[in-house]
Design a protein around this ligand. Sequence first.
Ligand code: HQG
Length: 179
Amino acid sequence: MKAKLETEVSKYMSYVLRHAPDAAGLTLDSEGWVSFDELEKVLASKYDVSRADVIEIVDNNPKKRFTLADGRIRANQGHSVDVDLALNQVEPPAALFHGTSLTNWHSIEHEGLKKMQRHHVHLSADVETAKIVAARRRGEHIILRVDAARMFSEGHSFFVSDNGVWLAESVPVQYLSRN
Ligand code: HQG
């Protein structure tokens, strides 16, 4: 399959499974799962892809954005629709990172990190990954360091998605510093 088609289909899958199942006539269950057969039918009606292609897209996804199991598929993180991923709370590493634009910093330094349209604030385990996240934004980028050890010891919960993205309800400003 051509890389361009693969990216296009993958982006559409993220859109449907995270934000707009209705747009594809799909209904997610309470934990975000949908029948793989149903999703495959939607994709095959819109793109020139076979079942094997869709499985390849899931397997090859550089960020492992989807889990396919027991005939069902879901997005691992990034939802705006109301789903409960039933993630387990976990103790985070001492530091986590968040890449964003300098423009955002002007309000982040007063308000801390907020989850905005998503269910959680997304944090990265290493600076390199945070840089990739930041690179999606225009202008100058900054990397923030989250004192996750202190945040955790002071009662804040952390979760990790099936694809290794760290998640928190918010990051109050006292745990943030410019990296
Ligand atoms: C910013 C991609 C102003 C925050 C990536 C970010 C990630 C504030 C933006 C995943 C703020 C929200 C998530 C505040 C937060 N004032 N700006 N108080 N608090 N922000 O896209 O972390 O490709 O919802 O810094 O790789 O950029 O979709 O979050 O810039 O893992 O799988 O508000 O999305 O993954 O933007 O990215 P987003 P994000 P996928």
